[in-house]
Write a protein of this length. Structure first.
Length: 470
């Protein structure tokens, strides 16, 4: 479902001059839906930025040996971008050499050969990294894509391929026994259905992917034939990473005590009962679990931990500055529609995006972004459902069978709305009025767009040559 979603969003944008999801909504659903879509996109990106920034900052504090490799990668990527796009050099060979150098730096910081921050260092302060990351994202989101985004993503893609192959091979050699129960034994935790579908965000289907496909990828892709491998194939890779993450956490290899269930280790006890882990705790479980798989390949545990941490942080950083770039474009689009000229300025829009994300982080900082994640996941899936609907409407206008997109759209929308209603009720009853209020606004806008979508489906009639292919 996620691969079809990403592929459909990419091709749909390519077929319509690289238009964003918001503009495509106006074309396929109706003029009112454009503004409504922009509202949902704004809230989604707002939460994406907060969740990923908090995760990166927390991992820097927890794994200080990852600080030097990650930041060095950013600086080298800028040099690579300048070399490739201003001097006409090749990207492939230099990016592979850089990756090998990155691994050497990781080994150096993990073993103590290269320096890493001490306990009293400013670089071990969470607030420092939250502010520093917002400054970084503000600058990075305003730079040309060829200078940082493209070269760093190329390095990250090599890093992901090597990491996935190594971790799956290590998993096969480890052959762990899964000690997490199939169903959680604690009655006071949220129900699996429907909340499972909004907790697993990007590994199954992600509206954020549709934003990136239509906002940036469609403007960079070299030819239409590449859409299948980029839109469909890349999502399959991400799904395999999600499966690996599940195995790494559920195996419990990282706990160090065979009698302890991974599930019980992660779930924390509070005065009001049990609660799910914070975002940093869950990420640390994956990092340590994946590192245990690498240990079966002969890699020392402390090196494997930093290697996986750098992989996670690198991709989170890419998501962070891509999110703020999209948010800046969303604000510019709102400024154009309502003639608010300052919003069309890249620096003003980028500044508003960064400051709003920072403010949201501090609203839920004490909970470790735990309250934000379900609302972010629900908003993410709502946007995915509407993207699937637009793909279905496009196929319908071509006279092609559209049920392959229409049925998943209805399923994702229905189960997400139920999950959102439960989460809003839970947030408001727990006193999380900010997060609950945001969820309530998103829920109202979602119902409105769903009605607009149903009306668009009724008035859409096949009227184009069926020979065209999606």
């Amino acid at each position: 479902m996620g691969a079809a979603h990403d592929f459909g969003a990419l091709v749909l944008s390519m077929r319509h001059e690289g238009q964003s999801v918001g503009r495509l909504a106006e074309r396929f659903i109706g003029p009112r839906s454009r503004t409504l879509f922009l509202v949902i996109i704004f809230f989604l990106i707002w939460m994406v930025g907060a969740v990923f920034a908090f995760a990166i900052a927390s991992l820097f504090v927890k794994f200080p040996a990852s600080i030097l490799p990650v930041n060095l990668e950013i600086l080298v990527a800028v040099c690579l971008g300048y070399y490739a796009f201003k001097r006409g050099g090749s990207l492939m060979l230099p990016s592979i050499i850089i990756l090998m150098g990155l691994y050497l730096v990781i080994f150096g910081t993990a073993t103590g050969t290269l320096p890493s921050p001490g306990e009293d260092s400013l670089l071990r302060d969470l607030d420092f990294w939250l502010i520093a990351l917002m400054i970084y994202a503000f600058v990075a989101s305003s730079l040309p894509v060829w200078l940082l985004l493209q070269p760093r993503d190329l390095i990250n893609s090599h890093q992901l391929i090597v990491g996935l192959v190594a971790m799956y091979l290590g998993f096969a050699l480890t052959a762990p026994t899964f000690n997490a129960p199939t169903v959680g034994p604690l009655d006071d935790l949220p129900t699996i259905i429907p909340l499972l579908f909004v907790t697993i965000a990007c590994g199954a289907i992600s509206g954020f992917h549709g934003l990136v496909s239509s906002g940036t990828t469609s403007k960079q892709i070299s030819c239409a034939k590449d859409a299948r491998s980029i839109g469909y194939g890349a999502m399959l890779c991400e799904a395999s990473l999600a499966i690996l993450a599940t195995m790494a956490v559920a195996s419990g290899q990282w706990i160090g005590a065979e009698h302890t269930h991974a599930f019980e280790f992660l779930v924390s006890k509070t005065d009001g009962g049990h609660s799910l882990p914070s975002v940093p705790t869950a990420l640390a479980a994956f990092i340590n679990g994946a590192a245990s798989f690498l240990g079966s390949l002969g890699l020392p545990a402390h090196v494997g931990v930093i290697l996986v941490a750098v992989l996670v942080i690198s991709f989170a950083a890419t998501s962070l500055d891509t999110a703020l770039r999209i948010q800046r474009l969303v604000l510019a689009e709102i400024g154009t529609i309502y003639r608010i000229k300052p919003l069309t300025n890249r620096w003003v829009g980028g500044g508003i995006a960064a400051l709003s994300v920072l403010a949201l982080i501090y609203v839920d900082k004490a909970n470790g972004a735990k309250s934000l994640w379900p609302v972010f996941g629900a908003t993410n899936q709502v946007l995915a459902a509407f993207t699937l609907l637009m793909c279905a409407l496009y196929l319908r206008t071509l006279g092609r069978r559209s049920t392959a997109y229409a049925i998943p759209a209805v399923f994702v929308m229905t189960i997400t709305m139920v999950a959102m209603a439960l989460q809003i009720t839970r947030d408001l009853s727990a006193g999380h009025y900010m997060v609950g209020g945001v969820g309530l606004i998103i829920g109202i806008v979602t119902i409105w767009i769903a009605i607009e979508g149903a009306l668009a489906w009724r008035r859409t009639r096949p009227n184009a040559a069926p020979s065209q292919r999606l």
